[in-house]
Design a protein around this ligand. Structure first.
Ligand code: ADP
Ligand code: MG
Length: 682
């Protein structure tokens, strides 16, 4: 199996260079990746329905023969339309094929076929359009067909054929990544038969069985990967923190910390002082609760004990903001704070890099640039990641590996239910900042539908005339056939219409980073009145003059995410508002959105979200920074997850021992899964 990953996809029969590109688009670059490209669904041709019993709108399989020859005609746009009437012996059905000039030679009177497709009643006439079909004898021997995700130019049939030719190449015994004792204990069939069964099952039960084993395998790989990353930060730390400098730190602040902030700093310092084990702490606190100062406090004590601290954040803008904040706070101290981001010039970077390596810089704030190989620390004592859910576990551990077991502090505004936190973070300790700095205003939240949209725009205009700024968030970049509002078209529309007199700009994740930053900076400096964007702005930025957050298709977002977005306003002295626009009628959607109107407490909202929608949201949008899974679903496969965790404990020692060759292919699977963690941000 391992060697299959060494065969480039272009070398498979019938693929070649040109088709190879299409396969690569689907993320399939080797023969190994191809057999791990599981079907997205199956066509079950074994369940044959009569025309009489077929329901309009259903996808069905009907056994029938032609009652008239195929008729072919050219219709509007030069398209070829072939029609044929078939009968199952009791009733007749009309079938239409578009743009297939070979139909008349493929379908013959006197033969019996299975037609598989969507059945409709058109004014009571049974119909199918473009069904797939096969001669009865042949298709009954293989009644279940795999359906694969496709890209233009590459059919599911072609993928099916290629998968088959790779499976045919498999040797009699395939090296199984799961050790035999584990396979026996959990009744998992061997890899080779499972790969056949997931692609070409003889029954749906067989497919289910194969699926269970593959889910187990994927979760085992995930757990092993996570645990081995975690073990790194659980070792004892070489960073010795002897003195607590928090009192000094408090003296530099322009405000008094809340008790919750002080408690969280205390937690960090007591972790760092107990050097039998490196700190591994998550600070959770609602948007605006002041987590940055907790990081500042921990960093200050660490620096005063002679170490460097690094803070990694997901965007350039956020890095600049934090840099600014810390530069001001530490202005009258000997703490040297610097910034490192991708957009800096080579010369600027060189200076920073050499000062870091020399130990002249005490506190570095930066983006992903911090994990690049050229970054070397003198004596890194503390790693902080802000907005943790945006980073992959691997990126976190890459930064950690730049020190000798440094302490780790991760900060997140997304409350995670306890059970799920355990899966993601293992035995991470948690501090909760459950108190807001004094003087915060509540953001008034309204739920509206299209009927009052114009009035809502009127309200925005009035605020803008008074000098304020607004955000509008849409769920998608482009208008899609799902009917979601796309940012670009939306921006054009309001520019030409309702908000003509205002300076409106659009921002989304598909733009170049430099363009995004330029627009965001203009918003920060007040040169833009209305920023229309996707959820790219959800993370951390602070523009205190922004007072309205308007969210389109609000039902599309998780409550916690809506709450995060709302946290972008209400950051200054002006009264702020959140307007949720939704035409969703379902009671569940109304209930969720109303919950948001009624409370500003992020933890309550997270609980509510969990109750109403289950844990899917936490895993759905990759908020956790975990690798993308192919077949397992963390929310649905909790039970299998527990089994995989159990199994991983048993083989952990062997797994961590590089000399144990039995687990070589398992290790290979782990490194493949974790290879592209956290790359895909919004
Ligand atoms: P978050 O937890 O969302 O990261 P921040 O750390 O960005 O929150 O803090 C939000 C704002 O509150 C910042 O402008 C910060 O200066 C301010 N702030 C933080 N702590 C306090 C406090 N104790 N008193 C007053 N303002 C505070
Ligand atoms: Mg923050």
């Amino acid at each position: 199996m391992a060697s299959l990953y060494e065969i480039p996809i272009e070398q498979i029969n019938g693929i070649g260079t040109k088709r190879g590109q299409l396969y690569r688009k689907l993320g399939i670059d080797t023969a190994g990746a191809l057999v791990r490209f599981y079907p997205r669904a199956y066509e079950d041709w074994s369940n044959i329905t009569s025309i009489e019993n077929a329901q309009s709108g259903e996808t069905v399989c009907i056994k029938a023969s032609l009652s008239s020859p195929v008729r072919q005609a050219v219709v509007s746009g030069g398209r070829i339309l072939a029609t044929v009437i078939v009968t199952d012996g009791y009733s007749e059905m009309k079938i239409a094929f578009f743009n297939n000039r070979y139909i008349s030679s493929m379908l013959r009177t006197g033969s019996e076929y299975l037609f598989y497709g969507k059945f409709t009643l058109n004014y009571n006439t049974p119909e199918m359009i473009n069904p797939t079909f096969a001669l009865t004898g042949a298709s009954e021997s293989v009644p279940i067909h795999p359906i694969y995700s496709q890209v233009a130019g590459l059919s599911t049939k072609h993928i099916e054929k290629s998968v088959r030719s790779v499976l045919d190449m498999l040797p009699e015994t395939v090296k199984d990544p799961i050790p035999e004792n584990i396979r026996k204990r959990y009744s998992l069939p061997p890899l080779k038969s499972v790969l056949w069964d997931i692609h070409f099952p003889k029954s749906m039960d067989e497919a289910e069985n194969a699926k269970r084993r593959l889910i187990f395998e994927e979760l085992l790989v995930l757990v092993l990967g996570l645990s081995s990353i975690k073990t790194l930060s659980l070792e004892r730390s070489d960073v010795i923190i002897e003195n607590d400098h928090t009192d000094e730190f408090l003296g530099y602040l322009p405000f008094t910390l809340t008790n919750a902030q002080k408690r969280a700093i205390d937690d960090c310092i007591s972790d760092m002082k107990h050097n039998d084990k490196a700190m591994n702490r998550l600070v959770q606190g609602d948007v605006g609760s002041g987590k940055t100062m907790v990081a500042g406090g921990a960093a200050y004590t660490c620096i005063k004990n002679g170490y460097q601290a690094a803070m990694m954040v997901p965007t350039e803008i956020l890095a600049q903001q934090h840099y600014q904040t810390f530069s001001e706070i530490f202005e009258n101290t000997d703490v040297k704070v610097r910034l490192l981001t991708g957009s800096m010039t080579a010369k600027q970077k060189r200076t920073i890099l050499s000062e870091l390596a020399e130990g002249e810089i005490d506190f570095i704030v930066g983006t992903h640039s911090l994990i690049s190989e050229t970054v070397v620390f003198n004596n890194l004592g503390l790693v902080i990641t802000d907005e943790q859910h945006r980073f992959g576990v691997r990126q976190r551990s890459q930064l950690l590996s730049k020190g000798k077991n440094p302490h780790l502090l991760v900060m997140s505004a997304t409350p995670i239910p306890r059970t799920l936190a355990l899966i993601i973070y293992g035995d991470l300790d948690i501090s909760i900042v459950n108190e807001m700095p004094p003087g915060r205003q509540k953001v008034d939240t309204f739920l509206i539908d299209d009927s009052v949209r114009e009035r809502a725009y009127g309200f925005l205009k009035k605020q803008i005339e008074e000098g304020r700024q607004c955000y509008i968030v849409c769920p998608a970049v482009e208008n899609s056939d799902t009917g979601l509002t796309g940012v670009e078209e939306y921006t054009e529309k309001i520019r030409a219409g309702a908000l003509k007199s205002c300076r409106v700009e659009c921002l989304h994740g598909k733009m170049k980073a430099s363009v995004k930053d330029e627009i965001m900076n203009k918003f920060v400096t007040g040169e833009i009145d209305v920023l229309v964007s996707t959820t790219v702005i959800e993370v951390g930025v602070s523009v205190s003059n922004a007072v309205i957050m308007m969210i389109e298709n609000a039902e599309r977002f998780g409550l916690s995410q809506l709450h995060q977005l709302r946290g972008r306003v209400g950051r200054g002295k002006h009264k702020s508002y959140c307007i949720l626009v939704s035409n969703a009628k379902s009671e569940e959607a109304r209930k969720r959105l109303n919950a948001l109107c009624q409370t500003n407490d992020g933890f309550k909202i997270a609980d509510e979200d969990l109750k109403l929608r289950g844990p899917g949201d936490f895993f759905g949008s990759r908020q956790h920074g975990l690798p993308e899974l192919k077949i397992a679903d963390l929310a649905e496969n909790i039970e299998v997850m527990h089994e995989a965790q159990e199994a991983s404990k048993e083989i952990m020692n062997d797994y961590l021992n590089p000399d144990c060759s039995e687990l070589r292919s398992l290790r290979a699977e782990v490194s493949m899964l974790f290879n592209n963690v956290g790359q895909k941000l919004n």
